[in-house]
Design a protein around this ligand. Structure first.
Ligand code: WTA
Length: 646
């Protein structure tokens, strides 16, 4: 598929970036006056309480500051400021796993956010700057909790509901959270599942900072109740006032932390700002999703990931849109669930991950044709590269060859999209993220900043600071510098390196080629090999272990572990099951290994460094092109190849 797909002009009216000419003009504006152009958007989009003094402060690079001295509030930006013109407009549509529906208008959302903000403030003494860990299912109260934190200036840190008690505990401790907000559980594929027991376990030992746990009752299953510590949201919310004045927040005050995997060590708490983050969340909703006032928009992510933060809650609400929150899974009760919902709510923008597209394609190739999907205008993908067959099915069967597909490239650290087609403007090449968005200096370069030649793999860097970028790693500024500003330079200055490789073609189109570090992308979720290895090492019989990504038909990448045992006589399928049990306990089911191999040793250099690239090539069935003569034992390569291939 080397074709170019042009936007269907009939689908797009009054788009903010209607054609490539406008795109190039905007890019030129940023080139000519970077700060001035950002300032213009900040003035136009943000409802400032107090205007800022400086657009960009680079005095303490790479700890950049945007719009310093300005005051605003993200909950005000997302909810309160819309009340004048949109109070009766639906802000959020909730659909439960079992199909039950609830909606909140902007006026109702404002009330719920205020009551919840008052609850946190009055009952749990949460103050500006305090950290609140949120371990919630996809229910309205998750979005309300986020906005309530923003309203009073508390910093939320959402932990995805699929993470284990151990993983939750690590994140609570690192953030020194004062309050945990959770739910008894929720529903999934027609059955209840539980979250509160995981919180209980996490708090059992060693979370001294946590004073209170606020529990939303969703599935009403029986749960353990710790008197004095646990409190019912449903009861306490009744007596809260629906009036709450927004805390004036300085532009750079942290809005949230979100833990994500890196190539080494423990997950890092990516810290985002208030003004810069929300500005870009709102602008990309307008540019990339072409969101209009009459649109209904649905992103299928979970609020536990950055996509859920920026493109279920903050971006759509800042833009004053109607956003859908779905508790269930796309394949229940059948593979037509999403298309049924698109028909019912007349969804205009649908945003999901390639993994979901591959699964829906496989399980229900003809399902889309059974529903009226004519409301769709923009189809989005995120989180991992989309392969051409999945792209084609999405375009033809879901979009009826009539929608623009926006393959959005970005990261937890970038806060919002950085490379993406613009649906009314960009001639699209399938499975290609296309061009950097205006204002984002995304470049494919070599370590020294020279442009990577066309058709070759280079480093995906962003060579100027941008408003929604990560500000630091919570509690570890040195790691922030080292992780993102240690590898690449331009004109002698360290620049942001994403950890991804990319390629540029003759026409300037950018294709992301995947991580260059030891991060695996499982179903669009980032998993650090070091984390999985640390979990596996907890098993008594493991002498050493190396984990790599293995191509997977649905998940994109699966996790493959090479295990060296202390006692090789115990190698068995049962041992593999035990190891996965440990992973589930330490991290969660999302990090389970798809396959494992018992090997006598790992390929190590004489200085003891494991040659992961060789291990990656072996699971992919690729020829080994690396020089193996520097290995301590070169013969180990063919030994491992034989084990894996038989
Ligand atoms: C990968 C998710 C190819 C990439 C928003 C990045 C992609 C990581 C794309 C970030 C895309 C994201 N094409 N790869 N369109 N979007 N990625 O932090 O490797 O969960 O570094 O943020 O996902 O994952 P994260």
């Amino acid at each position: 598929m080397n074709n170019i797909f042009y936007p269907n002009a009939e689908q797009f009216n009054n788009s903010p970036i209607p054609d490539m000419e406008t795109y190039h003009e905007l890019v030129a504006k940023f080139d000519k006056d970077y700060e001035g152009t950002w300032a213009k958007f900040a003035d136009e989009k943000i409802d400032w309480f107090k205007s800022y003094d400086t657009v960009l402060d680079e005095s303490n690079a790479p700890f950049y500051k945007w719009f310093s001295g300005g005051e605003m509030n993200v909950a005000h930006q997302c909810v309160d400021r819309h009340l004048e013109t949109k109070k009766d407009k639906v802000a959020i549509i909730f659909e439960g796993d079992n199909g039950d529906k609830k909606t909140l208008t902007y006026a109702q959302l404002a009330e719920e956010v205020n009551k919840t903000a008052n609850l946190f403030k009055n009952e749990f003494a949460v103050q500006k700057g305090d950290r609140v860990v949120v371990y919630m299912p996809m229910i309205l109260e998750a979005a309300i909790t986020m906005l309530a934190c923003a309203k009073i200036g508390a910093i939320h840190s959402i932990v995805f509901g699929g993470f284990s008690a151990e993983a939750l505990r690590d994140r609570i401790i690192d953030a020194e959270a004062k309050l945990v907000v959770t739910a008894d559980g929720a529903f999934r594929k027609g059955k209840p599942y539980m979250l509160k027991p995981v919180v209980d376990l996490a708090l059992e030992h060693g979370c001294p900072s946590v004073e209170n746990v606020c529990v939303v009752q969703r599935n009403n299953e029986e749960i353990h109740w710790e008197e004095g510590r646990d409190h019912s949201y449903n009861d306490l919310i009744q007596k809260q006032s629906a009036i709450c004045v927004a805390e004036p927040m300085e532009s750079e005050d942290p809005l949230f932390l979100l833990y994500t995997s890196g190539s080494t060590g423990k997950p890092k708490g990516v810290q985002h700002s208030s003004a810069g983050y929300i500005l870009w969340a709102q602008m990309t909703m307008e540019w990339v999703f072409d969101i209009k006032d009459s649109d209904t928009y649905w992103c299928t992510a979970d609020v536990g990931w950055i996509t859920g933060h920026t493109y279920i809650v903050y971006g759509p609400l800042a833009a004053g849109a109607t956003t859908v929150m779905f508790e269930g899974v796309p394949t229940f009760p059948d593979a037509g669930r999403c298309w049924k919902m698109v028909e019912e709510y007349k969804i205009n923008q649908f945003y999901t991950a390639p993994t979901a597209i591959r699964l829906l394609h496989k399980m229900g190739e003809d399902e889309p044709s059974k529903y009226d999907l004519s409301s769709l205008r923009v189809l989005g993908t995120v989180g991992e590269p989309i392969d051409p067959p999945a792209w084609k099915w999405y375009y033809e069967e879901v979009g009826n060859s009539n929608c623009s597909i926006v393959d959005t490239y970005w990261q937890t650290e970038t806060g919002g999209h950085v490379i993406s087609p613009l649906p009314a403007a960009t001639p699209i090449k399938p499975a290609c993220a296309t061009f950097a968005l205006p204002g984002i200096m995304a470049e494919v370069i070599e370590e020294d900043g020279t442009p990577t030649p066309v058709g070759e793999k280079g480093f995906m860097c962003i060579t100027k600071p941008w408003p929604s970028m990560i500000r630091t790693i919570w509690g570890d500024p040195e790691r922030f510098k080292k992780s993102y500003f240690g590898d690449c330079k331009k004109e002698g200055q360290p620049v942001y390196f994403s950890g991804d490789g990319a390629m540029i073609d003759e026409e300037g189109y950018i294709t992301i080629t995947g991580r260059t570090d030891d991060v695996i992308n499982v179903s669009g979720h980032r998993m650090g090999t070091a984390e999985v290895e640390a979990a596996i090492k907890k098993h008594d019989n493991i002498a050493s272990v190396a984990v790599v990504g293995k191509p997977h038909e649905i998940k994109g990448e699966g996790i493959f572990a090479y295990l060296v045992l202390k006692d090789t006589s115990l190698a068995s399928e049962a041992l593999k099951i035990d190891i996965n049990k440990i992973i589930k306990q330490e991290i969660g089911a999302i990090a389970l290994c798809d396959a494992m191999a018992f090997v006598p040793d790992l390929p190590k250099t004489r200085s003891g460094k494991i040659m992961r690239r060789i291990l990656r090539s072996i699971v992919k069935g690729e020829a080994i092109t690396q020089d193996t003569s520097t290995l301590e034992d070169p013969s180990i390569v063919s030994t491992i190849e034989n084990i894996v291939n038989t």
